[in-house]
Design a protein around this ligand. Structure first.
Ligand SMILES: [Zn+2]
Length: 439
């Protein structure tokens, strides 16, 4: 049972990351707003004050106190790119890749994304929701409090909607915030291999309208033990009656062409859904092509031109980098984080949690890879995993920093210095996660 008011006291370092209505860029990414002997007051799921323990303690009568001595307290991580709706791990792909096959060779042999389709098509929403919830609980154990979750392994109308329903069901059993995304345009499923434009038509004319329609009563029924008013309350979706907040598309050789991607994103806008894109993972696509959408985020961005970077720096679109995928694919190249940050692009980090290329739920691991392989400083990695991730989901008004009025989404690490968070890898130093004031 969580009390109405909670006071965290004596944090070795409290990282406030305050003052961010827009994504952090350049040198501002290193300004974490560190307070020593820090304290945070939480009431009714929100942060009501943050400062030093001496400042806050007199205002905290009748509160439960959590002693955070020898702990770093920071905003909960925002994992703004995940694919949690799948049935089984892809162990054959893993073994083949270790033996030397490339991502594209595995896909051409029937592995890759297409290998996950069968399991999702055969699974009930309840079974998929069970898998999603398992991943969410792992994520929050590592300090994550907000997660963007994509469909994308069903790839027919019924299976994509069932995947979104599984995300919705899981959200009802998790205390964090979920942002649902339709990724019907993940790859062209095998039955449309000879007619990909017909599949694009189905995404535009059937999947997107269905994901944007108010959820039928049969889908939004209260689960056992869940009170009806809570339904959708923790979906970080301005219109929680819809199954999806965003539409995403994998614009890539072997997936969808730029022209097909434009059709899909235009259909999303026409139905009132927001947009984000997987782009530049394997090959280059000029980003300015997508300027009309004012996308919340472009994701991956391993292949970029100087013109892309200069254009991105002038936009509010966040560059979401997913270096755990490069790590797991055994690549020696990584997205050009240093160049992006030094050019003024807003950079976020996310896990890309998925069964083929990034089976990790750990944001601290991603931050560690960002520092060791992309040369992001520990401070930049923290800003990218918190406030800039919130901006990548249009949630910066309530997530990503420890400021009065924001949701009490807080990670507490067993460390005395924030640099320890990306430093210790392969172990979990997160000792407590507070999700909307609950823990
Ligand atoms: Zn992805």
């Amino acid at each position: 049972m969580t009390p109405r008011a909670t006071l965290l006291t004596h944090a070795s370092q409290l990282l406030m990351l305050q003052g961010s209505a827009a994504p952090r860029r350049g040198p501002a990414m290193t300004d974490l707003g560190i307070i020593e002997d820090g304290a945070v007051l939480i009431k009714d799921g929100r942060i009501t004050a943050a400062g030093t323990t001496d400042e806050l303690r007199p205002h905290s009568k009748n509160t439960e106190e959590i002693d955070c001595r020898n702990k770093v307290v920071l905003p909960g991580f925002v994992d703004s790119h995940t694919h949690p709706v799948f049935a089984t791990p892809r162990l054959i792909d893993f073994e083949k890749r270790v033996a030397g096959a490339s991502y594209e060779e595995i896909a051409a042999a029937g592995g890759g994304i297409r290998a996950s389709i069968h399991g999702v098509r055969e699974s009930s929403a309840d079974k998929l929701a069970h898998h999603v919830l398992h991943a969410l609980n792992e994520m929050s154990a590592y300090g994550t409090t907000t997660v963007e979750a994509k469909s994308g392994y069903g790839l027919d109308l019924a299976s994509e909607l069932r995947s979104l329903e599984a995300i919705r069901q899981a959200a009802q059993h998790w205390q964090g915030t979920l942002v649902p995304t339709l990724l019907g345009a993940h790859v062209v499923p095998p039955e449309f291999r000879d007619n990909p434009d017909e599949y694009v038509r189905i995404v535009c004319d059937e999947m997107i309208p269905a994901a944007a329609r108010p959820v039928p009563q049969s889908l939004s029924r209260a689960r056992r033990g869940i009170r009806a008013p809570q339904l959708g309350a923790n979906l970080g979706n301005d219109t929680p009656q819809k199954l999806a907040a965003y539409v995403d598309v994998f614009c890539e050789r072997g997936a969808f062409t730029p022209e097909q991607s434009l059709r899909i994103l235009r259909a999303a806008v026409a139905h009132g859904l927001k947009t984000r894109i997987h782009v530049g993972q394997l090959t280059h696509t000029a980003l300015e092509l997508f300027s009309e959408f004012h996308c919340a985020s472009f994701d991956h961005l391993d292949n970029l031109s100087d013109a892309d970077i200069a254009w991105l720096a002038r936009t509010d679109t966040v560059a979401t980098l997913l270096p755990a995928a490069n790590y797991f694919l055994g690549l020696t190249t990584f997205p050009p984080a240093r160049k992006l940050i030094d050019s003024g692009v807003a950079v976020a980090l996310a896990t890309d949690y998925n069964p083929g290329t990034s089976p990790t739920t750990s944001m601290p691991f991603v931050m560690s890879v960002a520092s060791t392989h992309m040369k992001m400083s520990p401070a930049e990695a923290i800003a990218a995993a918190t406030i800039n991730g919130a901006c990548a989901l249009d949630l910066q008004h309530k997530k990503g920093s420890l400021e009065p009025g924001k949701d009490a989404d807080i990670a507490i690490f067993d460390a005395q210095d924030y640099r320890e968070i990306p430093y210790w890898f392969g172990v979990n130093r997160c000792s407590k996660t507070i999700l909307g004031g609950r823990y």
